[in-house]
Design a protein around this ligand. Sequence first.
Ligand code: TYD
Length: 137
Amino acid sequence: MQIVKYQFQQHGDNRGQLVSLEECVDIPFKIKRVYYMYDTAGGVSRGFHAHKTLEQILICIHGSCKILLDNGAEKKVVYLEKPYEGLYVPNNMWREMYDFSEDAVLMCLASEVYNESDYIRNYEEFLMFLEEQEKKA
Ligand code: TYD
């Protein structure tokens, strides 16, 4: 499994840093939704789902957290701790987010508006969905 982690351009000077993200330039899709998680309680894991079509970029703009990515055949853990790093999460990818630092703010840029029917929240269903996709290909 190839992990795609973007290193965004930092416009830094003696006042500090600034990162600018443009859809279809720095982000590989049109951004239809932004959401973020913060005040995550200690020991909490989130996610536990995949998406049929949604693509996302995850940026831990403050603090740190870990993201487990699972394509049904392989699992990888990515540590996010830099506000200028973005993890690309394609569709058909199971994800779990955990080990949030107390101050973590995890921002997600999404290619689609919220749509519950795009979610696969059961791991067995996720594996079955992948099998169906392979048969169709
Ligand atoms: P949920 O999907 O459970 O988050 P996670 O997978 O990270 O644990 O979402 C939590 C709640 O927020 C749930 O009631 C749905 C709602 N929600 C929205 O209304 N819009 C959104 O864009 C997202 C991501 C969630």
